[in-house]
Design a protein around this ligand. Structure first.
Ligand code: G3P
Ligand code: CA
Length: 290
């Protein structure tokens, strides 16, 4: 058996004995890996990027959630994936004359009126688009950790600083959170450089899979490289792990979006440190047998 597979299996055994309750969930900073991260919350089972999806992840005993942060017309940070409201809210019905329903063209009060749950299922009718503040409060309430994505930062000048201020105001930049409760990720290397410049203690992850030869260029400000699982290979994971990140630890890899058992086992065998998934139960069962 490949050494990495043996390591992953041993980690799974350790994890299995430790994971008797949500309070003992595998953390992203322990030797046990990979961590399981609920993508947009438990998004296969509740409407993505809502408090219901956070609650569902918590109910499943998943302590890491991922989200997407954007900004309204009047400067409120909100949690939503697309840069328009069309797919995940009833904005077209409520505001018929406002095409193309860009998030940045609506006020926070307008977005607060929208139903962000019915598109997913009738049981979620009335679910709202959360503000980042409300989202942080809920994640904290569940003692979960957050993989926060700065989404489309080119649309929202200064959003990195605003996100950091909100995190600070909500108590998310203290030592405990910085150590193992928060990672900020983005497809934008520029956004991550800004985050690192403004708050060097915050761990960051670059979404995507830069060429292996270019990876060292990111090691000054990115703690993780987070590629699509389709872009991964054992050699690529090794190349990332060989580098030291800005906080003195080996750079790490979280793979997305892995929703089936076979792929979860494959990327775990590659040695990834985290698996980002819509179906945390499927991945956890595949890797940790519970
Ligand atoms: O966390 C990885 C993943 O969220 C990146 O893609 O489009 O789902 O935000 P996307
Ligand atoms: Ca995301």
């Amino acid at each position: 058996m490949h050494a990495r597979v043996i390591a992953a299996t041993a980690a799974a055994v350790l994890g299995c004995t430790a994971l008797l309750s949500p309070a003992h969930e595998v953390r992203a900073d322990t030797a046990v890996r990979p961590s399981v991260i609920a993508h947009r919350g438990a998004s296969a089972y509740a409407p993505e990027n809502t408090l219901a999806a956070v609650d569902r992840a918590a109910a499943m005993g998943v302590l890491w959630v991922e989200n997407d942060v954007q900004r309204t017309k009047d400067g409120e940070l909100v949690v939503i994936h697309d840069d328009t409201l069309r797919r995940t809210t009833d904005a077209e019905r409520v505001f018929p004359g406002r095409a193309p329903w860009n998030v940045k063209d609506f006020t926070a009060a307008e977005i607060a009126r929208l139903d962000a749950g019915s598109w997913f299922g009738a049981a979620y009718k009335g679910t709202r688009v959360p503000t980042l503040k409300a989202y942080l409060d809920r994640v904290e309430q569940h003692h979960q950790s957050l993989l926060l994505e700065v989404k489309n930062p080119e649309l929202y000048p200064g959003v990195e600083q605003q996100i950091l201020e909100t995190l600070d105001d909500e108590g998310w930049l203290d030592r405990r959170h910085l150590t193992d409760r928060l990672i900020v990720q983005s497809f934008s290397a520029a956004a991550l450089r800004t985050v690192h410049r403004l708050r060097p203690g915050v761990r960051t992850g670059l979404l995507g899979a830069p060429a292996a030869a270019d990876l060292s260029g990111y090691a000054g400000y990115a703690d993780l490289i987070n590629p699509s699982h389709t872009a991964l290979s054992p050699a690529y994971v090794d190349a990332v792990h060989a580098l030291t990140g800005p906080h003195g630890a080996p750079m790490r890899v979280f793979a997305w979006t892995v929703d089936d058992a076979a792929t979860a086992r494959t990327v775990a065998g590659y040695g990834v440190d985290g698996v980002i998934t819509d179906k945390a139960d499927v991945v956890r069962r595949a890797l940790y047998w519970y």
